[in-house]
Design a protein around this ligand. Structure first.
Ligand SMILES: O=C(O)c1cc(C(=O)O)c2c(n1)C(=O)C(=O)c1cc(C(=O)O)[nH]c1-2
Ligand SMILES: [Ca+2]
Length: 683
């Protein structure tokens, strides 16, 4: 039987399947199916839904092979379902220790599996790569992909399988790690090659000539002590004709370029697209979107390899809309810069020099390291586009980008902190977020999302649809002249691909972030949305994310024309004033509590104790949880995901944090009550 790889390379011959992460190797996320189209999409009804065992983050793009759908939920759990009926066939839980979440930047997310030749491949949150039997879910092999157990590595990305090798990267650059990807033999799990994206400890020698080449772009000794970053935590794509694997490389460790590399050098391959020979792991070319990145402007975002008419001739290109706000078109064979255009709000650079392909950085606006002065920059670390995948429609020639407006206040530390288990280490102050409802309302005017239909040839917007919130889902485009997208505020939608008219909308209870897919079984077309609010923005930036009003309710919704299955009831979060115990600490202690809280708790429970309640909103702790606060912080609920902080926080510090949370609960209660009094006064 032919390997699925042969089938992926010819994906258009079987439009009913969704064989690979981005449907084909070029990751276009375009489906030739057109049974559902701009004439009838309003007849979509629910075919079935699958409820995940945990109401937590769902970022997976499902894979569909011959009537079986494979998807993942939080903590890398895998589910095989009958694609026609939703009937569960098997499930696999890699039993990630839930407390490992404390070592990740961005929730216990997983973006899906790869399927190849009868096996399902899974990147596990704690660093394992596993192969399962596709028909039973039984474990075939498991390898530990991590080079250093002391460092905070996690895996959120989907593996890719190319020429019989499974390829996986990892995350952790917010903590201080060295980025790399590894290829393993798909049958046996034996390691084939490893590609490091940044140089390591010079005393240990350079692994390859490529490392010697890139080391010249780094300065001082902090970078390798920190790890340098450059994690490949999300997208990869492949071109079978050119036999090139394209990987998206992330930000540096530290973010602070002054501390990381003395403010000098490009710091290759940070924030770059790198083309690699997938058989050998050898470097072929690179293009760096943000040289010397200082703002977490990762180039890990979706990479599409497709053919575009450039100067009237078809040309194989690589497209990316990384966090930094510019849309890039590069030559797929050589990496040569073709063009770029601003698809979002950008202040860090004035443009891209068309000769060199390098950004013209606005130092006045964006350089915070040279004089150690804080700067507010657009976009912020959430990016003008984050990991939710875009899609390329071959008929309209447009790319549909889940775009967003974000900004950040980058306040440098003058000297570096040491690497510590479970503590982010950016070389920056913890971000200051607005604490009052009025200030949050004001900030929310800035943080807006858009579905942008982008013309990649002319590098301009063709149409856009605005959203009130950011962190909306990936997109899918089809030959039925449709674009599908879900939203942060709990809707799944369809638009006309050519002019952006909204054609269909269905509310759901939770926020939607994953990329939707479409497939067919027995000549009937299905459209599937993975729904489950979570990821970096919803948990860390709870002060904005709570406004989306959604609740934790993780499900896979599958629609078809005339589907009659009952829709799960749609719920929304109702904000009630909490009833906290009294504050006993003085103002100075509370200020210390704010700092400790933001450093150790804010990443998951929300900065400044403002939470969207995906991970418990601590302002609403029940009396029995207040009574057990210390044991909880020390690990009695680590099986539920609350990491143990016994080695990190002394008892008196825990009490200081507890007091701060109680104080924030009172603040919130008072503000909500003031607002409701005002609202009544207006009636
Ligand atoms: O630098 C890294 O290693 C790394 C890893 C991850 C991740 O693994 O999910 C994210 C990020 N960075 C990141 O910067 C980011 O904005 C982000 C958002 C998300 C998410 O799942 O919502 N993950 C990540
Ligand atoms: Ca990052």
């Amino acid at each position: 039987a032919p390997g699925t790889g042969v089938r992926i390379a010819a994906a258009d011959k079987e439009p009913g399947n969704w064989l690979a992460h981005g449907r084909n190797y070029g990751e276009e996320r375009y489906s030739p199916l057109d049974q559902v189209n701009d004439d009838n999409v309003d007849k979509l009804g629910l075919a079935w839904n699958f409820k995940y065992p945990l109401d937590r983050v769902v970022e997976a793009t499902p894979i569909v092979v011959d009537g079986v759908l494979y998807t993942t939920g939080a903590y890398s759990m895998v589910f095989a379902l009958d694609a026609k009926t939703g009937e569960p066939l098997w499930e696999y839980d890699p039993k990630v220790w839930r407390g490992y979440q404390g070592r990740g930047c961005c929730d216990a997310a997983n973006r899906g599996v790869a399927v190849w030749n009868g096996k399902v491949y899974l990147g596990v949150y704690d660093g394992r790569l596993e192969a399962l039997d596709a028909s039973t879910g039984e474990l075939q092999w498991s390898v530990n992909t991590l080079i250093d157990a002391e460092r905070n590595y996690t895996i959120s990305g989907a593996p890719r399988v190319v020429n019989g090798k499974v390829i996986i990267g990892n995350g952790g650059a917010e903590f201080g790690v060295r980025g790399y990807i590894t290829a393993y033999d798909a049958e046996t799990g034996k390691q084939a090659w490893r590609f490091f994206t940044v140089p390591g400890d010079p005393a240990k020698g350079d692994e390859t000539e490529t490392i010697t080449m890139i080391r010249k772009t780094w300065h001082g000794d902090q970078y390798w002590k920190q790890g340098g970053g450059g994690t490949v935590w999300d997208h990869m794509a492949y071109d079978p004709e050119l036999n090139l694997l394209y990987i998206g490389v992330g930000n540096g460790s530290f973010w602070n370029y002054g501390l990381r590399s003395e403010g000098k050098g490009d710091n290759l391959f940070v924030s770059s697209i790198v083309a690699i020979n997938p058989d050998t792991g050898d470097y072929v070319w690179h293009y760096q979107t943000t040289p010397g990145d200082a703002w977490d402007y990762t180039a890990t975002q979706h990479i599409i390899v497709a053919t575009l008419p450039i100067d009237g001739k078809p040309r194989r290109v690589v497209m990316q809309a990384p966090k930094n706000g510019f849309f890039y078109v590069l030559d797929a064979a050589s990496g040569k810069f073709i063009s770029a255009g601003k698809f979002g709000e950008v202040t860090w650079a004035k443009g891209i020099d068309p000769e060199t392909g390098r950004p013209i950085v606005d130092r006045e606006v964006a350089d915070y390291w040279t004089n150690n002065e804080p700067k507010t920059v657009f976009p912020g670390s959430q990016g003008a586009h984050n990991w939710p995948p875009m899609s390329f429609n071959r008929d309209t020639g447009l790319v549909y980008i889940p775009q967003q407006v974000t900004m950040e206040y980058y306040a440098p530390l003058e000297s570096p902190d040491a690497v510590q288990t479970g503590v982010p280490n950016l070389g920056l102050e913890i971000p200051v977020v607005p604490e009052t409802l009025d200030a949050i309302d004001e900030l929310a005017q800035v943080y807006r999302g858009n579905l942008v239909a982008w013309d990649p040839v002319r590098q301009e917007v063709r149409w856009k649809q605005p959203y009130e919130h950011i962190h909306n889902s990936g997109t899918l485009s089809t030959a039925g002249n449709l674009v599908f997208q879900g939203t942060a505020d709990g809707r799944v939608m369809a638009y006309a691909a050519d002019d952006g008219e909204r054609l269909w909308q269905q509310p759901v209870s939770s926020g939607v972030v994953a990329g939707p897919i479409t497939y067919a079984v027995d000549d009937e077309q299905y459209v599937a949305f993975n729904v489950g609010w979570g990821g970096a923005f919803p948990i860390t930036f709870g002060m904005l994310a709570y406004r989306a009003g959604v609740v934790p309710d993780s499900r896979l919704y599958v629609f078809k024309l005339g589907g009659k299955a009952p829709l799960p009831p749609v719920q929304r979060r109702e904000i009630q004033p909490p009833s906290p115990p009294p504050v006993t600490a003085d103002a100075e202690t509370l200020a210390e509590g704010a700092d400790l809280y933001n450093r150790h708790c804010g990443v998951c429970h929300g900065l400044s104790a403002l939470s969207s309640n995906i991970i418990p909103d601590l302002r609403y702790l029940a009396p029995e949880k207040h009574a057990e606060f210390l044991p909880i912080v020390y690990g009695i609920r680590s099986h539920k995901g609350m990491p143990p902080f016994g080695n990190i926080l002394e008892q008196d510090k825990v009490e200081v944090i507890h007091q701060y949370i109680i104080k924030r609960s009172h603040d919130w209660r008072e503000e909500l009550q003031e607002r409701s009094v005002k609202a009544e006064g207006n009636n």
